[in-house]
Design a protein. Sequence first.
Length: 285
Amino acid sequence: MLYREFETQEELDAQYNVSESVADSTEYAEFYAEQSREVRADLDCHLDVSFGPTVAERLDVFPADRPNAPVLLFVHGGYWHSRTSREFDFVARGPVSAGVTTVVMNYALCPAVSIDEIVRQTRAAVVWLADHADEFGADGDRIHVAGHSAGGHLTGMLLTTDWKAKYEKSADIIESACTISGLFDLEPFPYTWLQPKLQLTWDEVRRNSPIRHLPDDAPPLLVSYGADEPSELCRQSEDFLAAWQQAGLDGTGLSQPATNHYTAIEGFLDAESRLCSAVLDRIEG
């Protein structure tokens, strides 16, 4: 076996090549881009705000019309090798309408950088927001995080961080987290179509699999996915949530019926959607 019950790359690719799991993945990419353009036109925004020394380390900030607003950092997907924040700005619409300043993070991509470096950049974005959120009228002591697909993985890695030891920040720098269609065990990826793009070593696989590094203490976690996603992606979320709960951590599942890998984040467009309202409930406490 290559991984679990899978004997061939073709079997694994059928599970992890999500663009093949829907009739036309390009229509979702076009929808994301169109909705993001509309959000940038409709909402107050500060684009390409630098949070680190490299060109890719940029944030799109959508301030809420509310003093000392809580902050939601969204980490986009794209299997660590594609997409940018600009294609996911649409996720700001629902949270901003509910008074939550929303920040969409951009990061460097594989294979130009390693997943180790992408994890570092994601952590650096949280630290930057803690120090600079007040520049946008938001509260750096009220940071919440959500991520989709590879962004769900990166959100999971944020929750494994020893913030005090690494950054001299409070252990509760993140108040709540939500993963959507996340990837928490990287072990299958060296056997898939993604390996030439990711160039993972086994040390990186072990170091960057959140399910292997559950923290002793963590903020409340919401784990969501689309019910129509490939079974392996559903299992990744289910296994992570089960391990999280077995470790005595606060975790809740949210399956989204009749939803695929791409539509699983469309709920961010509407503050009253099942997904967005669940995220907002945790933000407001």
